[in-house]
Ligand binder design. Sequence first.
Ligand code: DX5
Ligand code: ZN
Length: 227
Amino acid sequence: MPVTFDPSRPLNIAPSILSADFARLGEEITAVEAQGANWIHVDPMDGHFVPNLTIGPNVVAAIRPYVKTVMDVHLMIAPADPYLEAFAKAGSDILTVHAEAGPHLDRSLQAIRGLGCKAGVAINITTPLSVIEYCLDKIDLILVMTINPGFGGQKFTPSIVDKIAAARKMIGDRPIWLEVDGGIDPTTAPLCRQAGADVMVAGSAVFKGGTPKDYGKNIAAIRVSCE
Ligand code: DX5
Ligand code: ZN
């Protein structure tokens, strides 16, 4: 489905299915969407850019029919360019590459939009915001990592709150989402929201408990914490 930017910057909660039951991904997606998820966050990893292996375009395509909201695909692979077309064809609405994953970020962003997806850039903890300064007009989403990517369930990095605020300032009134990912829960989400984030990725904090009822409570707790 086409996803459009809302200039009023509502809070979007994007459960990361990395913490879902992989044997029942379709059902898990249906459950979190029914319980208030705004987007579905998907985390392909290559065992090279990050020290973990997860899913590829075939699995992304298989879950696509279950996603009725927005499929937000966070590529932790390097190089990413050779696989952009496959992930776009698999049905990604938003396709995010890491700024650290290749030498020509501007080219990757153009390729993503050329494939009909919204273009996202993720930046690791130690990567300065300045890497995106000269390509802001080609970016639809900035993902500020609040952990070192690779695994769910890690601890939020408090020093990144300042970076989120700086990213928000850099965005100004441009139609660019500001997403945070890693260690987001009802304690850390409000810090990110105050700093200007409008998309909260949360894996373990959403899927803990393991039942749709738990998911509903967990999503509501994050939402309420940001109000
Ligand atoms: C990790 C992924 C995250 C992960 C977050 O590299 O990008 O999306 O699922 O998990 P939590 O919310 O448990 O930190
Ligand atoms: Zn992610």
